[in-house]
Design a protein around this ligand. Structure first.
Ligand code: AHR
Length: 613
């Protein structure tokens, strides 16, 4: 144990002994010290975060938190982190204020100890775990709540007043909020407050009552500002204006209570992730396997009498009368080694977790897969898991599952519909995979000359295809010299990849500098054809692909592939853990994003070991 940590534990023991009676055995049992750096404690949300962290840590005798408040000062936050490191903490939990300024600080700490980042995600994957909300979704949900309030007011004519501050979270939410209500033809105006407080909102509206003319709904970016607006409306004797807030904290004077008491009309919850952070911190320190990379927490629209539709009405309890949890899994066909590994991982984990698993395979169309899901609904499964072949078209069937009170989990691929129709998505961040592929290309080619790219796309309409395409393009579009000159669908299989390259070679002079394949199978197919034509893969043309199968890593070692961005198929343990939590009535995160690395010729040897698929 480091000296700094020994001194810190001694110090914590002395403090505790002073607070409790001397000789309490609890005082000698501290094993883990977790450093917590908070951006500020002036915002209510961060106070709630601090309370949640402390409440969760108090459940464990072996854990102590050391919390430092940066008071909104980025230099102080960097210095706080250094102090915590000096104490020899085992893990750092950080809620960064200025994300850009803190990114290098976090990366540096991550070289020495695990880091959990809360609230605002930092660029890249240089941390152990991110836990936070989906701010864009929260903005959209706030917009939907406001549209609903306008509807209830019997008119959609009135305008909306948005109250916000100049903060990162407010801005990212505001964009989606404004988009949602503008698309419905609703006019809005926005005001910026100096502070996100009740008093600030109240004073501002009292000083500017003209801003309230023809306003039907006020939406404030937190419940306290909404409460300030409520007080101002009362003083101004204005009735009929509805109020929506954001945060939805429980407890006295929290947003939930304000909605219940009719002070505000609606709110959207924005969880802090404090309890999850402590629980995962302990798992990380204990080196548990299957720790995800990102946990995106679920937010809810709260209106009087509203019950979130994602829960089975009884929290799944009626299903618990069975000895084993019965899970029906609608898979795709076994088009790749990746998918075989994914199915095996889920089957193995089901055995370990004592889950009765039925797997339906060989899906070639969305209609086939829907039939499978319908069959699983008819069999009254406790939980249905789907790896959706394509992202669109799921609304009706997931509503059918909802009516039958069967919760649905998405694994490895996602859908593009209302997130209230499924419990959680467990899998990769496909856009980030695409961005990582593009970043490698940028770092390994000259930006000054034209770089012509041939893109081998996955299955049409599948979420990895869209995400990998969008992510890749978002990065290369910053540079005029990188161009996707041809992009064809190879359906995620070897023959598909081979066929694209063959066709290209038949109709073009070879002018491609890089092949970007949406998965390894297609890259391997492409390589075979390139060799037939005497083009050296990895040398004459750079090859970048996604997955990290054993065959692709072998090709990388031979120099035939230059970069493989991992997409982890071993989702079984995370999935079974989520199913178990769900059946115990726990709310699951909206998304659980897996941990993945990038393989290149520089990747250390030990990371290649044990690749069985
Ligand atoms: O859904 C994940 C993708 O689908 C994998 O990258 C690919 O190999 C698979 O077929």
């Amino acid at each position: 144990m480091k000296l700094g940590k020994q001194i810190l534990i001694l110090f914590l023991c002395v403090i505790m002994m002073a607070c409790t009676h001397v000789g309490n055995v609890r005082n000698t049992s501290i094993e883990y010290v977790i450093g917590v750096s908070l951006a500020n404690l002036s915002e209510q949300w961060r106070l709630v975060l601090k309370n949640e962290l402390e409440a969760e840590a108090a459940k464990y005798d072996s854990v102590r938190l050391v919390i430092l408040d940066a008071a909104g000062d980025r230099k102080k936050q960097a210095a706080d982190v250094e102090r915590l490191m000096g104490f020899g903490v085992d893990l750092l939990i950080i809620s960064p204020g200025d994300v850009e300024a803190m990114t290098p600080v976090i990366s540096k700490v991550y070289e020495e100890i695990p880091v959990i980042v809360l609230d605002r995600v930092v660029e890249g994957f240089e941390y152990s775990l991110f836990i936070g909300p989906d701010n864009r979704l929260i903005g959209q949900q706030a917009g939907e709540v406001v549209l609903d309030l306008l509807q209830k007011n019997g008119t959609r004519n009135g305008a909306v007043l948005e109250i916000k501050t100049n903060s990162f979270a407010n801005e990212s939410r505001s964009e989606e909020f404004c988009r949602t209500i503008s698309e419905a033809g609703i006019e809005h105006r926005s005001i910026y407050l100096a502070d996100a407080t009740r008093d600030c909102a109240e004073d501002f509206l009292l000083a500017h009552p003209e801003l309230l003319e023809d306003i039907s709904v006020i939406f404030a970016h937190n419940d306290y500002m909404a409460y300030g607006a409520y007080l101002a409306l009362k003083k101004l004797n204005l009735t009929g204006i509805k109020l929506a807030g954001l945060d939805g904290f429980s407890g006295e004077n929290g947003g939930l209570q304000m909605v219940e008491n009719g002070i505000i009309d609606a709110t959207v919850t924005c969880p802090t992730g404090g309890s999850e952070a402590v629980r995962y911190a302990i798992d990380i320190i204990n080196k548990e396997s299957g720790i995800p990379k990102q946990i995106i927490l679920r937010s809810h629209k709260i209106r009087p009498g509203y019950v979130p539709s994602i829960y089975p009405a009884d929290g799944g309890k009626t299903k618990q009368k069975r000895d084993m949890i019965r899970v029906g899994y609608a898979q795709i066909d076994e088009e790749s080694n990746w998918r075989k590994a994914s199915i095996e991982s889920i089957q193995k984990a089901a055995k370990e977790f004592d889950v009765d698993l039925t797997v339906e395979f060989n899906v070639l169309s969305i209609e086939d897969q829907m039939e499978q899901v319908r069959k699983l609904i008819a069999e009254d499964m406790d939980v249905i898991v789907i790896s959706p072949l394509v992202a669109e078209g799921w609304q009706d069937i997931l509503e059918e599952a909802g009516k039958a009170q069967i919760p649905v989990l998405l694994v490895d691929r996602t859908v593009s519909i209302d997130e209230e129709l499924y419990q959680s998505y467990i899998g990769a961040d496909f856009e980030e995979e695409g961005r990582r592929c593009a970043r490698w290309l940028l770092q390994n080619t000259s930006h000054q000359f034209q770089v012509s790219i041939l893109e081998l796309r996955g299955t049409e309409g599948a979420s990895p295809t869209q995400g990998r395409k969008d992510g890749f393009e978002s990065v290369i579009s910053e540079y005029g010299t990188y161009q996707i000159v041809a992009s064809e669908c190879g359906d995620f299989n070897r023959e598909g990849g081979a066929q694209i390259v063959r066709n290209y070679l038949r109709s073009h002079e070879w002018d491609i500098d890089a092949i970007y394949a949406h998965n390894d199978e297609m890259a391997l197919g492409a390589i075979e054809v390139l060799k037939e034509y005497g083009i050296k893969p990895g040398i004459d043309v750079k090859i970048i692909s996604v997955d990290g199968t054993a065959d692709a890593l072998t090709a990388l070692k031979k120099g035939e592939i230059n970069c493989v961005v991992e997409c982890n198929p071993l989702l079984g343990p995370e999935l079974m853990k989520a199913i178990t939590d769900l059946m115990q009535g726990k709310e699951l995160p909206l998304r659980i994003i897996t941990d993945e690395i990038v393989f290149t010729e520089e990747t250390p040897e030990e990371l290649f070991r044990n690749r069985k698929y």
